[in-house]
Ligand binder design. Structure first.
Ligand code: DGT
Ligand code: CA
Ligand code: CA
Ligand code: ZN
Length: 561
């Protein structure tokens, strides 16, 4: 994504939040937020086009963006920043804390940050305050804790973009990322970059505009904090030790401990510089050589979690992991008919450009009332899709829907209507706090609906914002396997849902998966690489993933032909 898009979207986002806190008109707040999404998701650099061509950007917003592009802010944003202290805005980031309470806490108690709020609660300073009962205070304290935890790690979408930006900004003979990012974990504590380069690279690194703070500066390692608050470690390694350094710094620590013990048993030593017998180098330049010397298969980074991969690799029994190239289609995408920002035509064209053999459009269904969907609109879209099909003889267009799973497990439409769709994804979008029993029954009922093919973003978590719902996942997985309902691996990086540990458990019960982008804009289609990361961490092969299957096999799974 272009930097200007990202920065302008962030400024408009801040403005919409300040505007909302000030009691601004809810309709305008929504239109700002729609524009934020459209700008962030716009495929071209907005600094190089007329911003009025971005969908959802009218004249008033366009003027603000143009002023922002010129001087890094706009008049209305400056005015609101002056009126609403930054502390109040930071308070509203605490889950369950609304703007009215934030302003009251600031004005009456001088509380200007989540940390100050936690202290006030612990000290009992808010006991007996009107509107803040013991249960509310306990929730707020929990919210602050959640916020602090989420502040320490970022989701992989943020980390991957940052790592790519860092690598592109440096001159090196060889450069790559290691650590949890290379292992494709869904959250990243810090970014680890390795380089073979001249010593001057450290100075070049420290001088980059994304550096907010230099934490440690040395010849071998420099650590910085970026303006986005993420820590990046850059290590310069000898060219001849590239593989050993990659192996060491990719981790995980637990995987490395197991590998190192194997080396020790052979009377060897494994370090970030190489695999040695005394002074003699056995292997160092490539990871492949190191694993081979240890008598095992190469272990793909996403599997390096000490979850049985070492034993399997020693026996030559690692599975052939599913790869991005294996994906033949996307089965969960949106358009501007509901909450997407791109047109049907543009989304389909972008799917085709990825070389897909099939592509499903799955806009929301009527029960998500704010989307204002109707059966007429859905049928109209189906007709348009049928027309578009003529343009794409080598890509099968599937008309689907993302249904809403009601608290009792039922979905939007009766069976005869559902049968008119090629593919139905069904997801939970509300009533997240049902009891474990109710939630489990809800998912099982959705699986048992013969017209539901895929359960979308099953845990409904949003990393750093919303925890997973509580359900007896084993029971849900058994129901999914029994009914032939696929579970989604939603690749949208702030969801990453199902998470890899649950995917692995579900596979154990015989579940099949659909790796979907849940795209709401053209650039989101590229998020599939994160879903592939989750699948690889869960040891999935292409046989486990329905959207790697040839069209005929997929259609049979969907009960179509
Ligand atoms: P993160 O940053 O919390 O998301 O997770 P990682 O895995 O990136 O951890 P990090 O950044 O502390 O270290 C990167 C890798 O370097 C780690 O996965 C394994 C390796 N490493 C770091 N410290 C040690 C250590 O003390 N012993 C061993 N065996 N490996 C280490
Ligand atoms: Ca790391
Ligand atoms: Ca690190
Ligand atoms: Zn959804």
């Amino acid at each position: 994504m272009a930097r200007a898009n990202e920065e302008a979207a962030a400024a408009l986002q801040e403005y919409s939040e300040l505007f909302a806190i000030n009691g601004g008109d809810a309709f305008r707040v929504r239109s700002y937020q729609k524009a934020v999404k459209a700008i962030a998701g716009f495929p071209e650099d907005i600094a190089t086009v007329n911003v009025r061509t971005v969908p959802g950007v009218g004249e008033a917003i366009a003027l603000k963006i143009e002023e922002f592009l010129e001087r890094g802010s706009f008049r209305q944003l400056d005015a609101l920043r002056e009126k609403v202290p930054a502390g109040v805005l930071s308070l509203t980031k605490v889950p369950t804390l609304g703007p009215k309470t934030a302003i009251m806490l600031f004005q009456d108690f001088g509380i200007d940050s989540p940390t100050a709020l936690a202290e006030a609660i612990t000290a009992g300073r808010l006991d007996g305050v009107k509107g803040l009962g013991p249960k509310t205070l306990a929730n707020l304290a929990k919210g602050v804790e959640q916020l602090e935890q989420s502040g320490r790690r970022v989701h992989i979408g943020v980390a991957m973009k940052l790592a790519e930006q860092v690598m592109a900004s440096l001159d090196a003979e060889r450069i790559g990322s290691a650590g949890s990012l290379r292992r494709m974990k869904d959250t990243i504590g810090d970014i680890d970059i390795l380089a073979v380069a001249d010593p001057g690279i450290m100075e070049q690194f420290r001088a980059q505009p994304y550096v907010a703070e230099v934490i440690a500066a040395g010849d071998k390692k420099t650590s910085i904090r970026t303006t986005a608050g993420v820590e990046v470690d850059l290590r310069v390694v000898p060219a001849g030790s590239w593989g050993a350094a990659m192996q060491y710094f990719t981790g995980s620590k637990e995987h490395n401990v197991t590998i190192r013990e194997m080396a020790v048993k052979k009377g060897w030593k494994l370090s970030e510089y190489g695999l040695f017998e005394g002074e003699r180098v056995i292997a160092a330049e490539s990871e492949e050589e190191i694993y081979a010397a240890l008598g095992m298969q190469f272990v793909p980074p996403p599997m390096r979690e000490d979850g049985g991969e070492v034993q399997a690799a020693l026996k030559g029994g690692l599975p052939a992991l599913v790869t991005l190239e294996d994906l033949k289609g996307d089965l969960h995408t949106h358009t501007d008919l509901t909450d997407g920002v791109a047109s049907l035509e543009d989304m389909v064209a972008a799917g085709h450009a990825l070389g897909y053999a099939y592509y499903a459009v799955t806009d929301h269904a009527p029960d998500l009332t704010m989307q204002r969907m109707t059966l007429d609109k859905a049928l109209d879209q189906r007709a348009k899709l049928a027309d578009l099909q003529a343009k794409y003889p080598d890509m099968r267009l599937l008309h689907g829907s993302e249904l809403n799973i009601a608290p009792d497990g039922s979905v939007d439409w009766p069976a005869p209507i559902l049968q008119g769709f090629d593919v139905c994804v069904a997801s939970v979008h509300s009533h997240f706090t049902q009891s474990r029993d109710e939630m489990t029954r809800r998912f099982i009922a959705a699986c048992e609906n013969p017209n539901v093919h895929i359960i979308g973003h099953p845990t409904t978590r949003k990393i750093g914002k919303r925890p997973m719902v509580d359900a007896d996942w084993e029971a849900v997985f058994k129901a999914a396997a029994r009914t032939g309902t696929a579970l989604e691996i939603d690749s949208y990086p702030d969801r990453s849902d199902l998470p890899s540990d649950l995917v692995r458990l579900a596979k154990h019960h015989g579940v099949k998966f659909s790796i979907d982008s849940d795209s709401h804009a053209v650039p989101h289609l590229a998020h599939q690489r994160y879903g592939i990361g989750i699948a690889q961490r869960a040891w999935l092969t292409s046989d486990d993933v329905i959207n790697t299957w040839p069209l005929e096999r997929l259609l049979a799974f969907l009960g179509r032909s």
